[in-house]
Structure formats: structure tokens, C-alpha cells
Ligand binder design. Structure first.
Ligand code: ATP
Ligand code: MG
Ligand code: MG
Ligand code: MG
Length: 576
């Protein structure tokens, strides 16, 4: 039983000054973590419990796929990383140090080298393989911008697993096992996530997927098809270069010039004067309008599409900033089919990608194919649109296949962009590291075989924050039970009897296997206790308060906010 009268816990009323995202604010205010240095955090008692709860789910699912837990050092001699070439490759993104004799070390950012070398030391025969080893351990990376509390730490907790197989089929099996295990883990942690194609980056290797927890505060942007199940980190979207298009022959019809510096109001007037078939207001959704812009004094016009698929809104302020101080003219009366051209597009968060877009160009509709060219770090994504011709890019756009019933007017599917937090990453490394360390197994035929490898990470500490990003309200954290530091928060208000009863109930609940946090603090007002309870986020709150004289307690559900009076007798049965 966790007793708040003695628990090493101080909650805060104010958000910490350096915190911007909800999980960071709430983990600090709730006394789950304390900052020790930039990107370096201490885990307080409740935080440690939550961290271990996440780790426990991971351990169970890793055990289920035959993973064996080990613990390797974090202090790693240079020679391992020289063998793989990563001593140099890492540059300034790792922590390096020397011992008293001047020998070089690194604090482990990930452990492919050490695991490969460990397996080489123990296993020699094909009969020994496959094997899956993993650890849950602190990792160290000198992140350029540690941010958002434990979401991006410089010291953080990772589960890293490594598979060693005799051949490519074996690697594929090990990879699939991990993929399934990760889905079970994140499902059990009640996370909403996407599994997306990823680039393998510094790790090397071929196939690689990321698990991204959906959150507006996420640093990664991914696209997902409503139709085909295709999903990819935008970093990994293989977009062919847009075709070279003739600048000559661009339509030059210019009407309805705006003043030199468009403002929201002048833009709105401008569109209305153009008679686009509807009336715009400053708070309006600006939809599918094609204009061209040029900076004052410039000769060349840039064609710009301002479009919002569906009913999503374009942020007018941002649009204004994007245009300023260009001159704007509406395009019309042009033969787009004969004169395809590139358009810079600013589209809403639900951009259509690899799909035909319809652009209203007074008074006609033109169609174009959208090509993603990157996210612009705002909610709006910069795209190149090829208008006027139905281009079929190779590669990515199968992605945009649509299933029946999806809203895609042209029948080709819709990809949506969203933000995500990378909570897991799985790689088929192949033989990059086993080649470096010459890890072979003697085959049945007496010939050596080069082992093939996968590596699989979960950011354990980041997951804790990701859960909060997805599950909180303005009062505090709303833990899913599996992660929560306790199942029930028993709150005794008042001085004497209520607290005694709260402790007795807490004891009985605990005897039934319920994990209990009990607020047995004396001299703390009920209001403060309720506020703390909501901040801490335990799923069920049982209040032993004023009603005790009449034998009544109050049961509160943290997620729904529902309150119910229950009798003292039978309360334990009810809650357990
Ligand atoms: P990111 O893109 O966020 O920098 P990464 O791709 O560098 O992450 P990996 O090398 O794939 O990270 O490591 C495996 C997992 O470790 C990541 O999926 C993420 O959940 C976690 N992780 C990586 N860096 C951090 C960090 N600085 N703080 C907390 N967790 C991290
Ligand atoms: Mg990184
Ligand atoms: Mg990454
Ligand atoms: Mg990664």
C-alpha cells in the first residue's frame, strides 16, 4: 500500500516553466519525475512504478516470443564501435569518455555491436540458432535538442532486442514475431498507434518499420491511407521527382489583383470579388482555390494552390504569412490540360497525397496529382501539385488505392497525414554487424554460414509520456489501469475516523490483490486531496468523507468523471 502521508511525493500547482507538452507538465506536476539536467530525469516513487508497469508488459510479450532477458554494460570500449565503423559515424551524438589510462569509451546509445560480439563468443553451431536476446536499460544520446521531458531524453530507458538467424527466412520470422509482439504490447498499453514504413537511418539494413503513437505533439509526420492500409513516415515516402514541366505556356490570365500586401480581409474581398460561387469570410474554410503570387517587383509568377480537402480549415493567419508580401492574382480561363504546371500547395493537416486533387479555377475545375515534398513543421504541409494532367507516379501511389466506401471522389484513395511519437522501431539489419564481427555458425554440411540479424527497440520511458499525451484532461493524467501506479486511490478526508476507515479499506483491498494508493494525510483539505487525486490519475477513486457517518462512501471514475454513492458495507467487494 502506498501511503501519501509518508510517500516521497510533492505535487505542484503550477506548470514547470520549461514545459510545453502535456506529458512533461503533468509528469512534473504529479511528482512522477524531476529534472536533474537537460534531458536527464530522476524517477520518483510513483514514476518508477509506472515505468516498471510498462516494462512488465514488454517483458511478458518478449518472453512470449522466446526472448531471453540479459543486461549488458552501458560503458562500452571504443574497439567494438571501431569494428562496426560507428565510433566515427556517431559524431557528436554520443557521450564519449576516457578512463584514467586514456582509453576511449562510449555510453551506449544502442547495442548492436556488443550483442553481436557476445553471441559470437558463445555460439558456434547452426544448432544454436535462432536466438532472441533483449535488455531493458538506460541509453545515452547527446540529443541536440532534448525536449518535452522524458519524451526526448539524453539518458532514457530502452528495451532493445536482437535476433540472430541462419538465413533470410529466419530473419523474416524473427521480425514478424517482434512486429506482432509490439502490437500486443502497445495494444495492452492502450496506445493509439500506427505501424509505418521507415528509413533505417544510421542503423543500416533494409526493411524497417516504426510504431508511432498518434499525438499532435509528435515530432514525426506520417501518412496513412484510409483505403489500403499503407502507412509511412514522410521521411520514408518514396516520392519520385515531379516531372519537369514547361514554364513557357503557363496561363497568364490575371484578374482581380490584390494589393501588394494581402491581409486576411483583402484576401477575402479578393476571393469574393472573383465570384468563386460562394461567399468567403475571414473565419472561413478556404477551399480549392488556385492563385498565383509574386513578390513585389518580381517578374515571375508562382502558382499556388490553396486547398483544403474535405471540411478541414486552412489557418488564415498562416496563409496570410505564407503569402506576404506577395502580389496575388487568381488564375482563370486557362487551358490547363494543355499546359500542365507545378503548383506550390499549402494544404491542411489532412492532405491528399498521391491523389488527384480538384482545384477550382474560376470558372472551371482542374485536376492534378499531388506529390508530397515534405512537412513544413507547421500543421500545413508543403506540397507540389502537378495540375492539369493525370500523372501516375511510380512507386508510392499504389499506396493511394481505395476501398469501397472511402470518401475519394475520384476513386483513387486518400492518404492522410498525422503527427506521431516514435515509440518503437524494428529493423531487419541483415549482415551489416555480423560481417563486421564475422559471426558465423558451422552448418550441417560443415561449412560456415554468416548469421543475419534484426534489432528491435522500444522507448520505455518515452512510452510512459506517450500514454499521457494520449490520455489526460485539464485536471491531470488519466492512466489506463495497466500503466497506473495503483488501481484504486482511497482518499480519506477529515482527521480521525475517515482516515482510519480509509486505511482499513485500503488494507482489505490490498489483501484481495488490488494495488492501492491511500491518501491518509492529516491536516490537508479535501479540496487539495481531490485535486491531487485527479492530477495523479489513478483510474478509480474511493472517497471516505463526510458521508461516513451515514455509512456512505463515494466512488469516482477518473476517466468518465462519473460519481456514485456506495455503502460502506460491501464497498470492498464492489471495488475489488
Ligand atoms: P527519434 O527519431 O525519436 O530520435 P530514433 O529513431 O533515434 O528516435 P531508435 O534508434 O530507433 O530511435 O531507438 C529505438 C527507440 O528508442 C525509439 O523508437 C524511441 O522510442 C526511443 N528513443 C530514441 N531516442 C530517444 C530519446 N532521446 N528519448 C527517449 N526515447 C528515445
Ligand atoms: Mg534519434
Ligand atoms: Mg527516428
Ligand atoms: Mg528509430
Amino acid at each position: 500500500m502506498l501511503r501519501m502521508s509518508t510517500l516521497f511525493l510533492r505535487t505542484l500547482r503550477e506548470d514547470p516553466a520549461d514545459a510545453e507538452v502535456p506529458s512533461h507538465k503533468l509528469m512534473v506536476r504529479g511528482g512522477y519525475v524531476r529534472r536533474a539536467a537537460p534531458g536527464v530525469y530522476s524517477w520518483m516513487p510513483l514514476g518508477k512504478i509506472v515505468l516498471e508497469n510498462v516494462a512488465a508488459v514488454i517483458r511478458e510479450e518478449m518472453g512470449r516470443i522466446g526472448g531471453q532477458e540479459v543486461l549488458l554494460p552501458a560503458l562500452l570500449p571504443r574497439e567494438y564501435y571501431e569494428t562496426s565503423g560507428r565510433w566515427t559515424e556517431y559524431g557528436d551524438s554520443v557521450f564519449r569518455l576516457q578512463d584514467r589510462k586514456g582509453a576511449d569509451y562510449m555510453l551506449g546509445p544502442t547495442h548492436e555491436e556488443l550483442f553481436t560480439s557476445l553471441v559470437k563468443g558463445e555460439y558456434t553451431s547452426y544448432k544454436d540458432f535462432p536466438v532472441i536476446l533483449y535488455q531493458i536499460q538506460e541509453k545515452f544520446r547527446d540529443e541536440a535538442r532534448p525536449r518535452a521531458g522524458v519524451l526526448r531524453g539524453r539518458e532514457f530507458h530502452m528495451k532493445d532486442a536482437y535476433s540472430f538467424d541462419l538465413d533470410d527466412d529466419g530473419l523474416q520470422r524473427s521480425y514478424d514475431l517482434h512486429r506482432d509482439a509490439y502490437m500486443r504490447i502497445f495494444d495492452r498499453l492502450r496506445l493509439r498507434y500506427a505501424v509505418v514504413s521507415a528509413t533505417s537511418g544510421a542503423m543500416g539494413g533494409s526493411a524497417s518499420e516504426e510504431f508511432l503513437a498518434e499525438a499532435p505533439t509528435g515530432e514525426d509526420t506520417f501518412v496513412r491511407s484510409t483505403g489500403s492500409g499503407y502507412a509511412a513516415n514522410v521521411e520514408a515516402v518514396r516520392t519520385p521527382a515531379p516531372p519537369a514541366l514547361p514554364v513557357e505556356g503557363r496561363p497568364e490570365a490575371q484578374v482581380h489583383h490584390t494589393p501588394d500586401t494581402p491581409t486576411i480581409e483583402t484576401l477575402v474581398d479578393f476571393f469574393n470579388a472573383a465570384g468563386l460561387g460562394r461567399t468567403f469570410t475571414a473565419a472561413d474554410t478556404l477551399k480549392n482555390v488556385l492563385v498565383k503570387t509574386r513578390p513585389p517587383g518580381a517578374d515571375e509568377w508562382e502558382v499556388m494552390g490553396i486547398g483544403v480537402p474535405g471540411d478541414r480549415e486552412v489557418d488564415m493567419k498562416r496563409l496570410e504569412a505564407a503569402l506576404e508580401p506577395a502580389e496575388v492574382a487568381l488564375l482563370e480561363e486557362a487551358d490547363f490540360a494543355a499546359n500542365p504546371f507545378l503548383v506550390k500547395g499549402y494544404v491542411g493537416p489532412n492532405a491528399l497525397i498521391g491523389n488527384k486533387l480538384r482545384y477550382l479555377v474560376d470558372p472551371r475545375v482542374v485536376e492534378g496529382t499531388a506529390w508530397i515534398t515534405g512537412a513544413d513543421k507547421t500543421d500545413h504541409h508543403v506540397m507540389d501539385l502537378v495540375c492539369g494532367r493525370d500523372f501516375t507516379p511510380d512507386g508510392t501511389v499504389e499506396a493511394a488505392e481505395v476501398r469501397e466506401g472511402d470518401p475519394s471522389p475520384d476513386g483513387r484513395g486518400t492518404l492522410y497525414t498525422a503527427r506521431g511519437l516514435e515509440i518503437g522501431h524494428i529493423f531487419q539489419l541483415g549482415r551489416k554487424y555480423t560481417d563486421a564481427f564475422e559471426l558465423d555458425a558451422l552448418g550441417a554440411d560443415g561449412k560456415p554460414r554468416r548469421i543475419t540479424m534484426g534489432s528491435y527497440g522500444i522507448g520505455v520511458s518515452r512510452v510512459v509520456a506517450a500514454v499521457i499525451e494520449q490520455s489526460h484532461d485539464d485536471k491531470g493524467i488519466v492512466w489506463p489501469r495497466v500503466v497506473a501506479p495503483a488501481d484504486v486511490h482511497v482518499v480519506g478526508t477529515g482527521k480521525g475516523e475517515q482516515i482510519d476507515v480509509a486505511l482499513r479499506i485500503a488494507g482489505e483491498l490490498e489483501a484481495r490483490g488490488v494495488r492501492v494508493l491511500v491518501d491518509d494525510r492529516k491536516g490537508v483539505s479535501p479540496g487539495v486531496k481531490f485535486t491531487d487525486s485527479e492530477l495523479l490519475g489513478v483510474p478509480t477513486c474511493l472517497i471516505v468523507g463526510k458521508g461516513l457517518d451515514e455509512g456512505r462512501l463515494e466512488l469516482r471514475d477518473r476517466r468518465s468523471g462519473e460519481r456514485e454513492e456506495i455503502g460502506l458495507d460491501g464497498a470492498v467487494d464492489r471495488v475489488a
